[in-house]
Ligand binder design. Structure first.
Ligand code: GLN
Ligand code: ZN
Length: 776
């Protein structure tokens, strides 16, 4: 039971979370300075302290007033890591370095590893571009309060005069996101430890209560996705964990949030746990029915009506009408309509800080946008009853009439498309035609596209952007880079060459900057993980290609060599996944427009003499809907978009694609459906395990499971590469096997790149000889 001194209700306006990187990326800068030894721990602490103080003050200023209205969502690296560390879930391999009460340095060790300690694995957080650190939990993990950050930050905020609401990833989601620790027995599931982990949470809640926290927020987004356990088991685990927490003697009031989708029929179970408040994502999820709300009496609801992951303004009139409808239903279900508050659908960590920093955006576009601060203001207005339900929202309608948005000729092309546009005919005929053109040896060697991004390249790009280097000077710098990269590949003896992608800051932003229908921001940074941020472009209108984008660079590269050079494009799904996209038409339609633009680029590359084109789709799996029922539709339009982009290529043009993750079982049919002539995938990182998942009967085109893990500077030996090639041969056969690294090389340095590629080429040549001997 909550302690009696706590205020009854959560304020009517709140948010699930807020960006923590800082409007000027203060956290990133402090971290990088600290890691590099430029500042000491005291300076690091004082800088982050100031960031937290400023953030809380800003949220109060924006209208999140009242005790517990401001969530404490600061995290030095990752919120899942924080939760794991709070309850002491530290993998055994860190036993010699991470000991006692954990602190910031321990978090960095867990997140980043060191020479002797591989870090925690990182993976995508639900269907967003944020990455979390995967907890490792085994039968022997000793749970108990460890990191005291939640309590410390609550006390710190109090000193500033703000009573915050501490936030933790909830126990159920923590275990759903965890993987079994090394050495866990076959069949062990981290969920087996639910009772133990909940007991540790109960102790943490007691500490928070003692510190005077009136409320605590437990994030349980695990409830909105289909999980490895079925819905009944999930409901049971949910009730078991939360009831146990709700029953504990000393604790703050509990708000459970369910961001990233609807929880549907799990709502009655959640309402019956004894927690005081429940948040619902009402932008992705439906309004609950009166039946689903049966247990709402005594539970406060937070209506997540402001979309926290898009950059669009909320249609406030519609949101107010839905709020009213929800209140009606709550009343009919026997609850208190006044107790329904307003919030965001998810943490605002997925959007940039504030629109006020953007001075170069078209004002007509700005009118339609809302970043984190503007979204907080929307929540406050809705909660304050300032919006008339159903009122017409002016600015949103402006966007649809603006000539920068609509492009009639794109619509005409879309209307005229037929299935034939997606079809390149039977693979056997393509294979023959391509072999005739390309004359490649068995086990051809290639790379994924980018070569190391050196300081020279970055400087040239920055100088060009700043106007200090003119177009000719910039072009000369890039050409110089390309000729060096081609010369290196020739010297190494690679078979299919690349131009190196020196001209690209980012594989999506580069295309966004060169296509109509996109805007790019100056300061719109969003945390990707740790100190890493991206600046997603905004896809606001019909997409078209005003001029060829990559042709000049690829053509130049091809002019330098007799070997085939691959033209290099980013696929439609990846362009969508890593941008903020318009929400006024189905995603599939937007993907189709991007695909048409790429289709024209493919045609221009062919006309310029390129015989191979690679269309990267590393994000194909990322956008996969969290609910299985929604997946077939997604897979249909995403595969179609790729096929539309590549379907115009001549039979003799070899189409490659690249996917950079190893868990692709769920999308294996889609990868097959892409119908690329050659597919490269990440594989070395998992020691070639991926290869086993490939059914050679079905997947009968070229395939290149990576043989060099490019995620670290380590140089693989020729022997290691040989073993991975042999593993591929054994499963797939030598005939369609390619030899390539896991992914692009842009984060690597030249020293390890050259050494590793030397080994890769030598291993492939040896394997070829072996095959030749066996065949002869
Ligand atoms: N062609 C890109 C590169 O080599 C692919 C990157 C990726 O897969 N994310 O950098
Ligand atoms: Zn990749």
């Amino acid at each position: 039971m909550p302690t009696s001194t706590t205020p009854a209700a959560l304020p009517a306006a709140t948010i699930v979370g807020y960006p923590r990187i800082g409007a000027a990326r203060e956290l990133k800068r402090a971290e990088e300075a600290y890691w590099a030894g430029r500042i000491d721990r005291a300076e690091f602490d004082s800088r982050t302290r100031e960031l937290r103080r400023a953030t809380r003050a800003r949220l109060v200023e924006l209208g999140l007033t009242g005790d517990a209205a401001v969530p404490e969502t600061y995290s030095v690296y990752d919120q899942v890591l924080d939760a794991a560390a709070t309850v002491g879930a530290v993998p055994a391999r860190f036993a010699d370095v991470v000991t006692g009460a954990l602190d910031v340095d321990d978090l960095f060790t867990l997140a980043r590893g060191d020479a002797e300690h591989p870090p925690l694995e990182m993976t995508k957080w639900f269907d967003t571009n944020y990455h979390y650190l995967v907890p490792e939990i085994g039968p022997d993990t000793a749970f108990g309060p460890a990191l005291t950050q939640a309590v410390d930050l609550f006390r710190e905020a109090r000193e500033d005069g703000v009573t915050t609401r501490p936030v933790l990833v909830g126990p159920l989601t923590l275990l759903l996101l965890a993987k079994p620790a090394d050495g866990a027995p076959e069949g062990f599931d981290p969920l087996d430890r639910l009772d133990d982990v909940v007991a540790a949470y109960a102790q943490v809640l007691a500490q928070l209560a003692e510190a005077g926290a009136p409320w605590v927020q437990l994030d349980e987004p695990g409830l909105v996705a289909d999980q490895r356990v079925d819905a009944a088991a999930l409901a049971q685990a949910l009730q078991r964990s939360l009831r146990q927490l709700a029953r504990s003697a000393d604790r703050p009031r509990i708000l459970v949030t369910t961001p990233y989708g609807g929880i549907g029929d799990l709502l009655p179970a959640l309402l019956g746990t004894g927690v005081e408040a429940v948040h619902l994502d009402l932008t992705r999820g439906e309004l609950p029915t009166v039946e689903q709300l049966a247990g709402v009496a005594g539970v406060q609801l937070v209506a997540g009506l402001v979309e926290g992951r898009s950059v669009w303004r909320t249609d406030l009139g519609t949101a107010a009408a839905r709020l009213q409808e929800l209140r009606d239903r709550v009343e009919r279900a026997g609850g208190d309509p006044e107790a329904v508050g307003v919030g965001t659908s998810v943490s605002l960590q997925h959007v940039p800080h504030s629109l006020t920093a953007e001075t170069a955006l078209d004002p007509r576009l700005v009118e339609t946008l809302a970043f984190a601060d503007e979204k907080v203001a929307e929540v406050v207005r809705l909660a304050g009853g300032e919006v008339t339900p159903g009122a017409v929202d002016g600015p949103r309608s402006v966007v649809r009439d603006w000539e920068g948005v609509r492009n009639g000729s794109v619509w005409e092309r879309q209307a005229a498309l037929t299935d034939a546009d997606l079809d390149r005919g039977p693979y056997a005929a393509r294979e023959e035609a391509q072999q005739e053109v390309l004359q490649l040896p068995p086990l051809p060697t290639t790379t994924i596209g980018s070569f190391p991004q050196t300081d020279t390249i970055r400087t040239a790009r920055a100088e060009h952007r700043a106007g200090r280097l003119d177009d000719d000077g910039y072009r000369a710098a890039m050409r110089e880079e390309i000729s060096q990269v081609i010369a290196l590949q020739e010297r190494l003896g690679l078979d299919v060459l690349v131009h190196g992608e020196a001209e690209r800051n980012d594989m999506v932003q580069y295309f966004a900057e060169n296509l109509d229908g996109f805007a790019t921001t100056e300061h719109g940074w969003v945390q990707s993980y740790g100190s890493r941020c991206t600046r997603p472009s905004i896809l606001f209108g019909d997409v078209s290609r005003p001029a060829p984008i990559t042709v000049e660079w690829s053509q130049y590269a091809q002019s330098l060599t007799a070997k085939p050079v691959k033209g290099m494009l980013t696929g439609p799904v990846t362009i969508l996944a890593w941008s903020f996209v318009r929400d006024d038409q189905p995603l599939g339609q937007t993907a189709q427009q991007v695909a048409l633009a790429l289709r024209d680029e493919v045609a221009d590359l062919e006309a310029a003499g390129l015989r191979i084109v690679q269309v990267d789709e590393p994000a194909l799996r990322e956008l996969l809907p969290l609910r299985r029922a929604d997946q077939p539709d997604y897979l249909r339009w995403s595969v179609d978009a790729f096929r539309l982009a590549t379907g115009g290529a001549a039979v003799g043009t070899q189409v490659h694609t690249h996917l950079c993750y190893s868990e692709f079982n769920e999308v294996i049919d889609a990868i097959d459906g892409l119908d690329a002539d050659v597919t490269s995938i990440e594989s070395a990182r998992s020691r070639g395990e991926v290869v086993e998942a490939i059914d050679p009967q079905r997947f009968d085109r070229g395939i290149g499971p990576g043989v060099w893990d490019i995620h670290s500077p380590r140089v693989p030996s020729q022997q290691e590469i040989t073993e991975l090639i042999e593993r591929g041969e054994a499963r797939i056969g030598a005939r369609r096997l390619w030899v390539n690294p896991d992914c692009g090389l842009k984060t690597r340095a030249y020293a390890e790149t050259e050494a590793s590629l030397e080994h890769l080429v030598a291993a492939a040549k040896d394997a070829r000889e072996r095959i030749g001997v066996a065949a002869g």
